[in-house]
Design a protein. Structure first.
Lengths: 284, 808
């Protein structure tokens, strides 16, 4: 498990990053924590002749919590998401989800930017970002642009990001109401068999807002608008939850792998979503 | 002379047998100061690595190495054609078969070694591998052993005659080109008759899936041929360094005194490092060809996919009993998937290892076992993963059959075991399949275990849980897993245990220094078991010098006495016995010296902890230190100077450790997720040398048992692609997945072992796998399940629940 030879760059600013990307096109890739990219290179599944390390590029590692939104720099690690008290207060689901990613060693290196930009359906942050209706900030040779997390993912490892664009951060509207992130996995360090992210707002007995996204059950994360619709306006009783699960199952498209066959994954997706909704509702 | 310290203190100071002496190895391991084979770095050392087949079955049309040779840093590329003139393109396996070193015209499994690239470093080797062009012609893949026995596809043309008929193999006649052997034990006709006429017969088919020992350190070696003095030094991850030396000598023609094999620190073996691998042969050849040292180290994928799988037994059982539950007969047939070559690491006369221990801990009057070995397009191996040869398979088989019979009889499985246990007074017990169990007290152990866990209370709680489940109050079921195992370890008596003709004795040599410290060397090699700690304890008690003053060395064939290595829990039963015996030789000479020094007759002194005393006058004594000094420095008439001895121990019998395990598990029927609430392990390994080391061994073995039972497997798709080649999919438990273990013990010494010890390192694995599995299966017993195959990962448990209709 030794990667093919590559040139290593460690530019000091974004301009330099972009110029290398422009020069080498898809022969160049940025590296954040390297904990998805380096394994792929070692398996020789990714061939990266020009590797651009982002760690010396300034202004990518801030967490800014304001009244109605949260901005997180692309190079913020999963460990930092877990440790930042202000962030946890404003958006506790981030901590709950990040704690279920990999193990502490990986989380010290892996970044939110790498996790969402990677495009691996197994990554937990993309679904979470869709649940939270995040906006991704990109910069490229032609300037900056924003893309909604819900529009970003096209297929496995295919996103709306162009090869010469870099993700600089994400902005999340401060989440409201109850939350939960549930993930079934085979062991520590495993990607999800099924995972669900739910935010839900309760007014009196009624659900006035909900958001539902699923992870590793399709070749992209799945934001389920129909599941949301099934919950909003209800008292989140058994019938509403069943309807939400049925709607979600229409949206996902799991495939068979070592974690199990499709029927199992669909079943577990339903069970996990139920538990997630119930827990989020109990906190709403 | 009066002593300053009490006798008790003198005993404590020895740190001998029975005390929880801290492990002397840990100082270096916990500081990262171990010395593993990959730490061996020599001047000018080259690095070799393999081009491996992406296909499970293919002809090789051509191998083009030209581009590879142009890669900067690449020195040479070896193919079978290069090895053929040396007769090294094939090598013998431990099981009497032969195995390709490099693909000779075809490949038989994914990952098989096709060419060996030698380069200045491992990076250049990896690039060189990429540049070797191999043209394959894909052949029909056979992954199912039952299909293999019917198929027209001949996997091993080298094992058939010109008419395509299978020629006899190392273990007798073969009935199909893909058939390797049939091995039988017991009495076929009487067993079949008993079963045919029995009132109660339970039958079950079970698959003990393929898995892998997966030591943290993978296999590797460094070969260094010194062309000046003609001496080959081979460092490697060898569980049997002396056997490797002999094998290297036999297949290379290099005289044995010119070969030095060194096993440095080894990061776990578990059977993975017993066999001989193509990497060793290619590295030796590469060093001879280049005149430079050559290193080969597997990566994780190489290790999981190609070196030494374990298990892969399809077992079919019938067990008969009286309506009261007294077992009358046992019938077992195994279809054993050996992969492309028969490279099992068993004593050569036992092609299915000690599978014939499958009557377990029970007094079963009639039994019959037949095992058919089969070639398929999978990696070779069939090693004893943390067990004596095929003993995990045997114990799993009988402990499942007992449960299945209990279901048939509608009887409590603990009670069924109790009424069938071999009784204490029946030992030594001659089992129907041939073995003579040395000692045991199963009822005492069982009663202690069941009492400690409040077995009746658990069953009452479980019954309530079933009620609650049926009433819709819970979605979790509760399983109580039981297992009672008897192992057979300490191979073994040379009269029936050898590997390729090498007798399975073991050895210990000791040299006492004049100031009363010592160095002892053994034919075994620790891979984490703590030999340097525990063997010194045996010697301390036997000789009367502190364990802290005794250095233990193993693994260097130039210095250590010959022995067959460490696997199958043989170190303490065999080399540990040699250590005790060598200690007694030292003591015998010391007695003469003491008598001389004390000016009495030899028979008038006796050994006491750390000294010889004059009988009836304990104030007159010579300590072992005094004696050691005198042995070297005083002229004693009729006695040679010096104090050293060697002992080669050929055990009269195997040893039979046993134990009683209970696992309490909760199972979420909707997700298949298991939660181990309690695990109780009572082990009886005879005399206990170091309770702390025993506990560590139990924890480790149980953890590997949990892995195997709950998810660890080597799985293939129908094209023979290995689906579990990395640790993402191959389950290696961490602290996160592992429950708390409660350990307990009884002590039933082995009557034939000099200190009564039986070996313990593998018991928890052997007994643990059926215990975890039985817990899963027991949870569903109330809903009609009789048997479901391991591994019990989430989706398979879910499937069981689903098929039992528990999901609507
Ligand atoms: C053993 C193990 C277990 C794991 N388990 C999980 C898990 O359970 N859940 C989970 O979500 N993840 C898991 N991961 C992945 C881990 O979280 C990664 O760290 C993460 O997916 C990627 O983050 P990174 O910073 O390491 O990115 P890198 O590996 O550096 O990059 C990943 C990809 O994103 C691109 N990229 C990175 N940063 C940017 C950027 N700013 N702009 C544009 N493109 C960028 C890279 O070019 C590359 O293609 C696991 C990893 C390991 C090794």
């Amino acid at each position: 498990m030794i990667p093919a030879a590559f040139d290593y760059y460690r530019p000091k600013d974004m301009e330099a990053v972009l110029s290398i990307l422009v020069e080498h096109g898809d022969d160049a890739r940025v590296m954040a924590g390297g904990h998805s990219l380096i394994p792929m290179m070692k398996l020789r599944m990714a061939d990266v002749p020009h590797l651009i390390d982002l760690q010396d590029v300034p202004d990518l590692s801030d967490i800014v919590v304001s009244a109605d939104s949260i901005k997180i720099g692309a190079m913020v690690t999963q460990a930092e998401l877990i440790d930042n008290a202000e962030l946890t207060k404003a958006a506790p689901i981030l901590r709950e989800a990040a704690l279920q990613i990999a193990d502490p060693q990986v989380r010290y290196m892996g970044t939110i930017g790498g996790n969402v930009a990677n495009g691996d359906p197994g990554n937990d942050m993309p679904g979470l970002m869709q649940c939270l209706d995040a906006t991704f900030h990109l910069v490229g040779p032609d300037g900056t642009r924003d893309v909604a997390a819900r529009d970003f993912y096209e297929a496995a490892y295919m996103t709306d990001r162009e090869d010469d664009e870099v993700l600089t951060g994400v902005t999340i509207p401060t989440p409201q109401g109850g939350y939960a992130y549930e993930k079934q996995k085979r062991k520590i360090g495993d990607y999800a068999t099924a995972a669900a992210a739910v935010q839900i707002v309760k007014d009196g007995d009624t659900c006035t807002f909900a958001s539902v996204a699923m992870t590793n059950l399709s070749d992209t994360p799945i934001y389920s608008a129909d599941a949301v619709e099934a919950l909003v306006g209800t008292t989140v009783d058994d019938a509403a939850i069943k309807a939400a699960i049925a709607a979600m199952l229409e949206d996902i498209d799991p495939s068979e792998d070592n974690r199990g066959p499709i029927a199992f994954k669909n079943h577990v997706a339903g069970v996990i979503l139920r538990r997630t909704i119930e827990r989020a509702w109990s906190r709403a | 002379m009066k002593d300053e310290i009490s006798r008790e203190e003198r005993v404590d100071n020895l740190k001998g047998m029975g005390c929880s002496r801290k492990r002397v190895e840990d100082a270096r391991f916990t500081q990262g100061k171990g010395n593993y084979v990959d730490d061996v770095k020599l001047d000018g050392m080259l690095f070799g690595d393999f081009v491996r087949s992406p296909y499970a079955h293919a002809n090789i049309k051509s191998i083009d190495t030209e581009a590879a040779l142009k890669v900067p840093g690449v020195v040479a590329v070896l193919t079978a054609a290069d090895l053929e003139p040396l007769g090294l393109h094939w090598m013998p396996t431990l099981a009497g078969d032969k195995q390709m070193v490099l693909a000779d015209g075809k490949v038989l499994y994914q990952g098989q070694e096709v060419a060996y690239v030698i380069a200045e470093d491992r990076y250049a080797a990896a690039d060189g591998i990429e540049a070797v062009e191999v043209e394959y012609e894909e052949l029909q893949v056979v992954v199912d052993p039952f299909e293999a026995l019917k198929s027209d596809v001949i996997l091993r043309p080298d094992t058939v005659d010109e008419n395509g008929k299978a020629v006899d193999g190392a273990h007798g006649p073969r009935n199909h080109p893909n058939h390797i052997f049939t091995w039988e034990a017991g009495d076929k006709d009487p067993t079949e008759e008993v079963i045919a006429n029995a009132e109660i017969v339970a039958e079950e088919e079970m698959y003990y899936h393929r898995t892998h020992p997966c030591p943290l350190e993978t296999c590797g070696c460094v070969a260094s041929m010194d062309k000046v003095n003609g001496k080959l030094t081979l460092w490697g991850t060898f569980q049997a360094p002396h056997a490797i030396r002999t094998i290297v000598s036999l297949i290379s023609g290099i005289e044995e005194h010119n070969i030095r094999v060194i096993s440095p620190d080894i990061g776990g073996g578990f059977g993975n490092k017993v066999g001989a691998y193509p990497g060793y042969v290619c590295s030796v050849v590469a060093s001879i060809v280049t005149g430079k040292p050559v290193k080969w180290i597997e990566d994780r994928m190489d290790n999981l996919m190609t070196t030494a799988f374990a298990r892969d037994y399809w077992m079919k059982g019938k067990i008969s009993a009286t309506p009261e539950g007294k077992i009358t007969g046992l019938h077992c047939h195994v279809t054993a998937d050996h992969g492309g070559f028969d490279a099992c690491a068993d004593p050569t006369k036992f092609p299915a290892g000690f599978m014939n221990i499958c009557t377990g801990s029970y007094d079963i009057p009639t039994a019959y076992l037949a095992v058919d070995g089969v070639y398929t397009n999978k990696a070779p191996g069939g090693v004893s993963y943390r067990c004596s040869f095929r003993v995990t398979e045997a114990v799993y088989f009988i402990e499942r059959m007992i449960e299945v019979l209990a279901i048939k009889l509608d009887m409590d499985a603990a009670e069924l075991r109790r009424i069938n246990f071999i009784k204490k007074e029946q030992f030594p017990y001659k089992a129907a399949l041939g073995w003579e169990y040395d000692s045991g007290d199963y009822h005492t152990a069982w009663d202690k275990a069941l009492k400690t866990v409040d077995y009746d209370g658990l069953r009452a709680e479980q019954a309530q849980r079933v009620e609650d489940f049926k009433a819709g109050k819970t979605r979790k079921l509760m399983g109580v897993g039981l297992s009672f195992f008897t192992e057979i370890v300490g191979a073994g008596p040379v009269k029936n245990c050898d590997i390729l003709g090498m007798g399975m004795f073991d050895s210990c040599e000791i040299r006492i220094h004049p100031t009363g410290s010592a160095i002892a060397r053994l034919g075994t090699i620790s891979q984490g078991q703590g030999h340097a700690t525990t063997f010194a304890q045996i010697l301390a008690t036997e000789i009367g010098l502190s364990a802290d003053s005794i250095t233990i060395e193993e693994g260097d064939t130039d210095t250590a006495p010959y022995g067959l290595g460490t696997y199958g829990s043989r170190s303490t039963p065999v080399a540990g016995a040699a250590a005790a015996m060598v200690g007694r030789k030292i003591r015998a000479k010391a007695q003469m010296i003491a008598a001389y020094l004390l000016e009495v007759h030899d028979d008038d002194v006796e050994f006491d902890v750390d000294r010889f005393v004059v009988k009836g006058a304990p104030e007159r004594f010579k300590t072992m230190k005094d004696i050691a000094f005198a042995a070297y420095n005083q002229a004693i008439p009729g006695i040679e100077p010096g104090l050293e001895a060697v002992s080669y121990y050929d055990p009269p019998n195997m040893t039979y450790p046993f134990g009683a395990y209970v696992c309490v598990m909760d199972i979420d029927v909707d997700t298949g997720v298991t939660d181990i609430r309690r695990f109780y392990a009572l082990d009886d390994c005879g005399t206990r040398i170091n309770p702390m080391v025993i506990e560590g061994q139990i924890h480790g073995g149980l953890t590997e048992a949990l892995a195997v039972a709950l998810g660890q497997e080597i799985a293939y798709d129908e094209m023979g692609n290995c689906k579990t080649g990395t640790l993402m999919d191959f389950f290696l438990p961490t602290a996160w997945e592992v429950p708390n273990y409660e350990t307990d013990y009884t002590v039933t010494p082995s009557p034939h072992h000099p200190i009564g010890a039986k070996g313990v390192g593998e018991s928890p694995h052997v007994g643990g796998v059926p215990c975890f599995s039985n817990a899963v299966q027991d949870a569903f017993r109330a809903f009609g399940l009789t048997h479901t195959n391991m591994p019990h990962d989430h989706w398979r448990i879910w499937k069981t629940a689903n098929e039992l209709g528990l999901h609507d």
